[in-house]
Design a protein around this ligand. Structure first.
Ligand code: UDX
Ligand code: UDX
Ligand code: ADP
Length: 493
């Protein structure tokens, strides 16, 4: 097993693989880094001379890519070539929640990871360190190793069979701050096997990070602890949001202000101030997926109380999104049919073009069930992405989502046709066009620019009463109230 690495491959050029490898290449000019993907369009976009075309939008990423691309950072579709050359291979492919069969809607779908492992086993002729970078259920490393070690011996090869060792190196970057998080991580976690190969591999990877990360922030653990730490970190973070969102409902009933409560409790050093921002609900590719994964794992090991505890975090999040949509409908005199609702934001958080599991998708769906006309503006999300998100949801509703409440009314949601979606949903190039003649505005993403709009101009062009539903509590309440808006915020009675 190599303990010095000069050539790295990364399989998967997505939100994790792309930025992570760009930063490794930037900080380690002596290492050749090749990022490969089966998606040709994605690779072409990573290679585009126009850096605004990068497939992942992250502040500062264009600079990092510009610095190292074609120096020691390469993007390619030649997966096998990259595997063959590299001493260390990161697996950074997507691991969505299963949409079929056993564990449907809960377990992680490992088919892409498994395919990568098989491909590495088929192609490798020399020893390799395999690094699992995707969020994966506990014991995946073991599964990868089993596949690798079952690789058939090559009778015609003069050299001995290659050896493999698997590391778990979960990524903790948050989208929107990926470059900052990668440059200055709270910690880097490396889990490995306890045998000699495992220890050499850990050292090799730690040496790479040591080029820019202080030694005391590089933590090494057993492989299963590392895998479980990633799920746990995301579960804890999501739990904080569901906790404060649960309280937001109570604040609205009692006349308290959730932001004041959050500030007050956040000053307790045992609680801390971060991740207490009440919102329309968390989104992103990780939180829900990882918790459902944890829940599935607990059920598998016959720990139903533990499973139920964590599942409640997701249920509360579903409730929060549904509550927001319902509040819009209730306020607009119990129907939004034929009414124009403007959405500010579609991404799951600011400073990203990622929309996976964005609260906006679910809120829109609820309003479309009531036949609203939705007019959307988001600074970074492409139009076709928005239609694709809504179309995908029609086919992949989770049973416990939004639906829980509907089931009680014995009124399951309708499956909307693509034609209906395209007729009712309009995407605009400017925020003012989206809000013109609107009956109501809903803020779904906390983009900074929303605060700085000319709100008087927006008011003048809207229908009255001019309702605003601030799902992120970012707008200036006093200013909007003075103009004449009917403003409703999350968690303010
Ligand atoms: C998360 C973890 O933070 C990161 O460490 C992990 O590697 C991947 O998952 P990410 O999903 O990119 O990162 O973004 P994050 O900033 O955690 O936000 C997740 C969601 O929670 C967003 O929808 C965000 O708007 C929401 N959120 C976050 C809140 O509603 N309130 C908060 O206080 C914080
Ligand atoms: C608590 C609050 O901390 C305090 O702010 C409030 O004013 C009163 O309630 P107290 O109950 O005195 O204070 O003690 P605390 O240190 O919070 O411990 C409460 C329980 O939690 C104890 O049984 C303690 O052993 C347990 N605990 C605490 C844990 O099991 N694990 C921990 O990490 C911390
Ligand atoms: P993440 O947020 O985890 O980075 P993404 O979906 O953004 O997830 O990126 C995963 C990438 O992995 C996608 O671009 C996908 O095309 C790629 N991918 C999946 N399976 C393979 C494979 N077997 N070989 C190469 N690339 C793959």
């Amino acid at each position: 097993i190599p303990n010095k690495v000069t050539n790295i491959a990364c399989i998967g050029a997505g939100y994790v693989g792309g930025p992570t490898m760009a930063v490794i290449a930037q900080k380690c000019p002596h290492i050749k880094v090749t990022v490969v993907d089966i998606n040709e369009k994605r690779i072409a976009d990573w290679n585009d001379i126009d850096l605004s075309k990068l497939p992942v939008y992250e502040p500062g990423l264009d600079q990092v890519v510009a610095e190292s691309r074609d120096r020691n950072l390469f993007f390619s579709t030649d997966v096998e070539g990259a595997i063959r050359e590299a001493q260390m291979i990161f697996i950074s492919v997507n691991t969505p929640t299963k949409t079929y069969g056993i564990g449907k809607g809960m377990a992680a779908d490992l088919k892409y990871v498994e395919l990568c492992a098989r491909q590495i086993a088929d192609v490798a002729t020399e020893d390799k360190i395999i690094v699992e970078k995707s969020t994966l259920p506990v014991r995946t490393a073991q599964a990868i190793r089993t596949i690798m070690n079952a690789a058939p011996a090559r009778p015609n090869s003069p050299s001995p069979a290659p050896r493999f060792t698997v590391l778990s190196n979960p990524e903790f970057l948050a989208e929107g701050t990926a470059v900052k998080d990668l440059h200055n991580p709270d910690r880097v976690l490396i889990g490995g096997e306890e045998d000699e190969d495992g220890q050499r591999a850990i050292e090799a990877l730690a040496t790479i990070y040591a080029n820019w990360v202080p030694g005391e922030r590089i933590l090494t653990t057993r492989i299963w602890s590392s895998e479980l730490s990633k799920l746990t970190a995301n579960a804890f973070l999501a739990q904080r949001i569901s906790s404060i969102n649960a309280l937001s409902a109570l604040c609205e009933k009692t006349g308290a202000d959730v932001d004041e409560v959050a500030h007050a409790i956040g000053t307790d050093s045992r609680i801390g101030p971060k991740f207490l921002k009440s919102s329309v609900g968390f989104g992103g590719s990780c939180f829900q997926k990882d918790i459902l994964n944890l829940v599935y794992l607990c059920r598998h090991f016959n720990l139903p109380e533990v499973a139920d505890y964590w599942e409640q975090v997701v249920k509360l999040n579903d409730y929060q999104k549904q509550r927001f949509a319902k509040q819009i409908i209730d306020t607009l005199f119990n129907t939004v049919s034929g009414k124009k609702i403007a959405f500010l934001g579609w991404a799951f958080k600011k400073d990203t073009n990622d929309t996976r599991e964005s609260a906006a998708i679910y809120v829109a769906d609820e309003l479309l069930q009531d036949r609203a006309e939705i007019h959307i503006y988001d600074p970074k999300v492409p139009t076709e992405r928005i239609y694709a998100d809504l179309e995908y949801l029609q086919q992949h509703r989770r049973p416990q989502a939004v639906i829980a409440d509907r089931a009680k009314q014995s009124d399951p949601p309708e499956t909307l046709s693509s034609e209906a979606i395209r007729r009712l949903v309009h995407v605009h190039k400017t925020p003012y066009a989206a809000m013109e003649q609107a009956h109501a505005i809903a803020v779904l993403t906390e983009w900074d620019e929303f605060r700085t709009y000319d709100w008087q101009k927006i008011y003048d062009a809207m229908r009255k009463p001019a309702f605003v539903f601030d799902g992120r509590n970012i707008l200036n309440r006093e200013e909007l109230n003075n103009i004449g808006f009917e403003l409703q915020s999350i968690g303010r009675g």
